[in-house]
Design a protein around this ligand. Structure first.
Ligand code: PAF
Length: 510
């Protein structure tokens, strides 16, 4: 594809009409640095879409003329950087193209007050309105499939996600973590304004935030006043330093697993922002749903793609049921059940095919627990209070430090009620019976006729939804996905998009 530079609105509209592929859009204000390069190259490596970079210093997002005048302008270098890192086209409009005078069609937007009145919005009046206006204008001209933004401007990212949602724009936002220099300072176009001494100050500030992040992992708490004192002692002028919920930007609550520590400081004439995410444990995805909804297949794939631990809680109930049958234990006899629970060990181990095997007391039961015999009693076994209490405790132990995706029937309601993402996966009974019938791993299901399979599924649903302890119900904050008509990969991609939307990329401790 011939690389092009477009300047006029008509040129971009013409170009857009002739582009058959989807577009990845990377909006910038120029003075490109490694953070922008990461955005462009991520877009390039993500898919085979056409990559369009825009370079436009948007006057509406500056609350101060001097700041606008001084904003670094390096257009020739920006063009070189964009093309050499994967841009297929560059849009460099001027003010009149983006805001044609007397054009009533241009919408001047207001950012939502809940998100724009905190942090940077406190002092930069109108800044986020300007960002919303320009991005909305650019999205309408370009109509991209994907919009690439940096997490460095986390508040901006939240506000633009909100814009896309409110305006029902058909674009997916992809974000990349904050890119930092060798000394911990986040990359920013404004860094070029810093003197040697000012650079030292921002380095101190950023490294304090990174230190707070490391300490939080150990101590699970933060002393904001202490940090403010340390920073102020260096004569750094703090505009704000706040500990907030990462999505609502309200004060962080004790029960929040992920929170945001965000600050802005003034170094001479330059204002710089930085933030870190504080995490008590790694994220958890809870996937609940009835039998045959595709939970296992979907959960395994998600674990693989997101490199999370896979916790199949249903397999634990099946494993226990297997042992009770094997030892001919009458599970209604409390003492006998207690003895079994006291000594049982249920362990998951990766096998050579990088799948998981289930071991009960060191004996591999992966295949045996999928028999119809086990299917027919597991619901009863799992409705026994002692069994539930015991296995929920075991599951929580496995999930103590997070970093897992768990599937079951009460994950989002009982086992991990604080999971970051809760999915309720379901499908019609017809669809679920058809899936069971064609499940190559379940010999029994293949031998049972479709009608009987439907009846068995209905019975299992009834038992699961009506048991006294931890019945199968959708958690209030779970997102329901009905999988009829969707391929496994479509469902997996949807859940991964939801995860990426909730969990900042920058949550790993380096
Ligand atoms: O983050 C930026 O560089 C700008 O705010 C953006 C998104 C390009 C809008 O002008």
């Amino acid at each position: 594809m011939k690389k092009v530079i477009l300047r006029k609105t008509e040129e971009i509209e013409n170009w857009r009409r002739n582009i058959k592929n989807d577009i990845n859009f990377i909006p910038t204000m120029g003075n490109l640095h490694s953070g922008h390069i990461k955005l462009i190259s991520t877009a390039k490596n993500d898919n085979s879409n056409v990559n369009l970079v825009s370079i436009f210093i948007n006057p509406l997002q500056f609350d101060n003329n001097l700041d606008l005048e001084n904003y670094p302008k390096t257009i020739d270098n920006d063009i070189k950087i964009s093309f050499s890192n994967g841009a297929d086209a560059i849009f460099i409009p001027c003010n009149e193209d983006i805001y044609p005078p007397n054009n009533k069609k241009i919408k001047f937007l207001k950012a939502p007050i809940e998100l724009s009145s905190a942090l940077c919005g406190l002092n930069r009046i109108g800044h986020f309105d300007g960002v919303c206006t320009v991005v909305y204008r650019l999205l309408n001209l370009i109509k991209p499939k994907n919009l690439y933004l940096g997490e460095k401007d986390w508040q901006q990212l939240l506000i633009l996600k909100n814009l896309v949602q409110i305006k029902k724009l058909n674009v997916a936002i992809k974000s990349i973590p904050t890119q930092r220099d060798f000394d911990g300072v986040p990359l920013s176009s404004r860094n070029v304004h810093l003197s040697k001494n000012e650079r030292k100050l921002i380095r101190f500030f950023s490294n304090e935030l990174l230190e707070a992040k490391r300490n939080f992992q150990q101590e699970k708490k933060i002393n904001l006043n202490e940090i403010i004192k340390k920073i102020s002692a260096k004569k750094i002028s703090i505009e704000y330093l706040e500990h907030l919920h990462p999505h609502t930007l309200q004060q962080a609550r004790l029960e929040d697993n992920i929170s945001l520590l965000a600050g802005a400081i003034r170094c001479g004439k330059t204002r710089l922002i930085d933030h870190v995410f504080l995490m008590k444990r790694s994220p958890i995805i809870a996937i609940d749903g009835p039998a045959g909804s595709g939970k296992s297949t979907v959960t395994k794939l998600i674990a693989e793609k997101l490199k999370l631990l896979y916790l199949d809680t249903g397999a634990m109930y099946r494993a226990l049921s297997w042992l009770l049958i094997k030892e001919s234990i009458d599970y209604k006899k409390e003492k006998k059940l207690q003895n079994i629970l006291k000594d049982i060990s249920i362990v998951f181990k990766s096998n050579t095919n990088s799948h998981q095997d289930v071991y009960v007391n060191n004996y591999c039961v992966t295949e045996e627990i999928r028999s119809q015999k086990i299917s027919s009693i597991v619901s009863k076994i799992s409705s026994i209070k002692e069994v539930r209490n015991f296995l929920v405790k075991e599951q929580r132990k496995i999930g103590e430090s997070g970093g897992l995706v768990a599937e079951g029937r009460d994950i989002g309601t009982t086992v991990f009620p604080n999971a970051e993402l809760k999915i309720f996966l379901t499908a019609s009974i017809d669809e679920r019976a058809k899936r069971r019938k064609s499940d190559k791993n379940s010999k029994d299901s293949q031998e049972i006729d479709l009608h009987t399979l439907k009846e068995l599924i209905k019975k299992r649903d009834f038992e699961d939804s009506n048991r006294e302890i931890s019945p199968l119900i959708k958690a209030n904050d779970a997102i329901e996905i009905i999988t009829d008509g969707y391929s496994i990969n479509e469902v997996v991609d949807k859940i991964i998009d939801l995860y990426n939307d909730k969990i900042p990329k920058d949550t790993e401790i380096k």
